[in-house]
Write a protein that binds this ligand. Sequence first.
Ligand code: NAP
Length: 491
Amino acid sequence: MGITHEAELLAQVPTGLLINGRWGPAASGKVFGVEDPATGRTLLSVADAGPEDAMAALDAAVAAQNSWSRVAPRERGEILRRAFELVTARIEDFALLITLEMGKPLAEARGEVAYGAEFLRWFSEEAVRTSGRYSLSPDGKSRLLVTKKPVGPCLLITPWNFPLAMATRKIAPAVAAGCTMVLKSANLTPLTSQLFAAVMQEAGLPAGVLNVIPTSTAGPTTGPLIKDPRLRKLSFTGSTPVGRNLLAAAAGNVLRTSMELGGNAPFIVFEDADLDAAVDGALVAKLRNMGEACTAANRFIVHKSIAGEFAGKFAAKMNTMITARGTHPESTVGPLIDARSRDKVHELVTDAVASGASVVTGGAPVEGPGYFYRPTILTGVREGTRILSEEIFGPVAPIITFTKEAEAVRLANSTEYGLLAIVFTTDFNRGLRMGEQLETGMIGLNAGIISNAAAPFGGVKQSGLGREGGLEGIEEYLYTQYTAIADPHTD
Ligand code: NAP
């Protein structure tokens, strides 16, 4: 897979805006460049949507909504199934494109394509299962009919860290439910969504159902849509501060919202844990996606009696990782997304060290080009240090210790976030007890990775609202309508 393949692939990526089934330039004629974070080189330039384009995209979504909601569920499901087959057949193309624009190693990018495609398959199956109910009222005098209807035109906003999966996790249930969409991809990684939208067209999605507007001006471009009463739903995945602002903006229109926001996952290791399994789990929970995942383990809370051994084994594994451009066949850790992210990671490490933490391994950026950071373990991190309360979004593992179960629970819950907690223990009852006490939407019990299209993904507290995937995912795109049926012949 050389330079030629990269050039051939990039030549296949649509660079326009997709509005009403047609790819075209932005009204302003502007474009913006997309960079390879491993080299700093510009890969491609794409059309830069402004408010006028966004409004045209919403117009197209609104115009298509009625006819799209009448397309038979089976047919909507079959479009998704075809899209699943097409993405799966092009796994190498999608993986390479993700690696080029986002940086993750190719093996991980393939994993993301498989995971992202699963949402297409899962919701192709769910499209035909949006049943309601029919019942007699308790007094026997009327009938109750409860049905599900598509919420209507949706604005979908996605982040850069999983350029395919974050898009399919929203688009697939919206298609299954019969909603039309405007997708605003992340400006750092729009290319995968561009190629994916072309695949959706190839799979038979009618014009206007999915409109795609990459932009370098997210707020001004999407702001007018959020104020437009024809928009019925906002589904956002991204940081908590941006999510808060979008929630406030959505309140003006009382929009349905789904918010998949930031995380600060505790990774708790009890003294009875299978230590080798815990270290393997820690490696993937920390280093998958270079730590740039909302589910990445952010704080390692380890029983004092095993903390030294855990840190030693974890460091030994970390030191076998190969930090290199994601296209390098041996790369296991790619670059961070940009200089700002790399500098923020280093700032958190420097702050922790200044507050008394020790560096077991790593602790510094790698010389450029590209925005690489050495996989890092810190011990002796003090409570109250910034690195324990902020999303690190990098390959850095701060370790703190505990002695009593209640202390582990207190430390784990002492964050505004509530997305995921990971617990390693061989005591099954303790595992269940921890699940009962941890304030998170998801728990990994002896599991470093929990993502699964068949499971409801989402958080509590300031990690968000709503769920994606599972039986719950499609509900986010449906509303419930109740019809009271009076029977005049009933006494
Ligand atoms: P971000 O800065 O919040 O951006 C996310 C998306 O929102 C991007 O498309 C961004 O556009 C857009 N955006 C930013 N400001 C906006 C505004 N004023 N109006 C409308 N859209 C706006 O987050 P990120 O850095 O891309 O992604 C990392 C964050 O996502 C982390 O906090 C991570 O935890 C979270 N995340 C959560 C989940 C989950 O399921 N809970 C999954 C993945 C990631 P631009 O690209 O143009 O800035």
